[in-house]
Design a protein around this ligand. Structure first.
Ligand SMILES: Nc1ncnc2c1ncn2[C@@H]1O[C@H](COP(=O)(O)OP(=O)(O)O)[C@@H](O)[C@H]1O
Ligand SMILES: [Mg+2]
Length: 239
């Protein structure tokens, strides 16, 4: 599979703290890559760097083989969407929440309506467009947030703990939505749910203390772990 995004020796320091340490990572085209790791491992930092919302302290980033630098970063940023851990909807209808970002990108009229409806359909919220977004349940709101991201048709979608606060039914639906993207959109999911990682992923990266200590297919991470640390990971002993 072709490489979508590549990090080469990426380090991110916050005064005194090294959140990411010389990370080498290849995200492949169309895969669902899950990053697992305990709180503080650096998952959110890694996603923000992949989203080009944060700059590494050192190291290099390339996007589809092209080096990302100050002059090209804006252009690449448009092709990536990140869904944050605590996303906010504004106080308007579901339709308007999703349409807003599309209009910012210059779309209008029927094309906006079409994209909003398709996105609602893919998160199984057909017909929810006219509802006040803030009145929906937490799970439904999270699905609207996903619809808003999908409507932008990003090449790369980054999801930070997308099911952390959801009941099992909504979590299941969100996992199904992610699985449906496989092969079409490149997806990187940060989670501390190892069961979810196992169910969802083409590959799983284990992040510990700012370093990727292993990255492989779920089978190799969870069934045939390479060493003691990964074995502990796979059993959930780090969480
Ligand atoms: N803006 C920031 N300023 C200072 N330290 C930060 C900042 N963001 C993250 N950190 C630190 O970097 C480390 C990694 O954090 P984070 O990427 O949020 O981990 P995770 O998402 O895996 O819980 C933690 O020690 C955290 O406290
Ligand atoms: Mg985090």
């Amino acid at each position: 599979m072709a490489v979508h995004m590549k990090l080469h020796r990426v380090t991110r320091r916050y005064d005194g703290i090294t959140a990411l340490s010389e990370v080498d990572l290849e995200v492949k085209n169309g895969e669902v890559l899950t990053i697992i790791g305990p709180n503080g491992a650096g998952k959110t930092t890694l996603l923000r760097i992949l989203a080009l919302l944060d700059e590494p302290s050192s190291g290099e980033i390339s996007y589809r083989g092209q080096r990302v630098d100050r002059s090209s970063v804006q252009e690449y940023r448009k092709r990536i969407t990140m869904v944050f851990q605590r996303p906010v909807l504004f106080n308007d209808t579901v339709f308007e929440n999703i349409a807003y970002g599309l209009r910012l990108r210059g779309l209008e009229g029927e094309e906006v309506a079409q994209r909003v409806n398709d996105a609602l359909s893919s998160v199984m919220l057909d017909g929810f467009g006219s509802r006040p977004a803030k009145k929906l349940s937490g799970g439904e709101q999270q699905r609207v947030v996903l619809a808003r991201a999908l409507a932008l048709e990003p090449e790369l979608l980054l999801l930070d703990e997308p099911t952390a606060n959801l009941d099992p039914t909504n979590a299941h639906i969100v996992e199904r939505i992610i699985k449906n993207l496989r092969g079409r959109t490149t997806v990187v999911v940060a989670t501390h749910n190892i069961f979810q990682a196992r169910r969802l992923s083409d590959r799983v990266g284990c992040l510990l203390n700012g370093k990727i200590i292993d990255i492989d297919r779920p089978r190799n991470i969870f069934i045939k772990p390479k060493n003691e640390i990964i074995r502990k990971f796979a059993r959930g002993e780090f969480f």
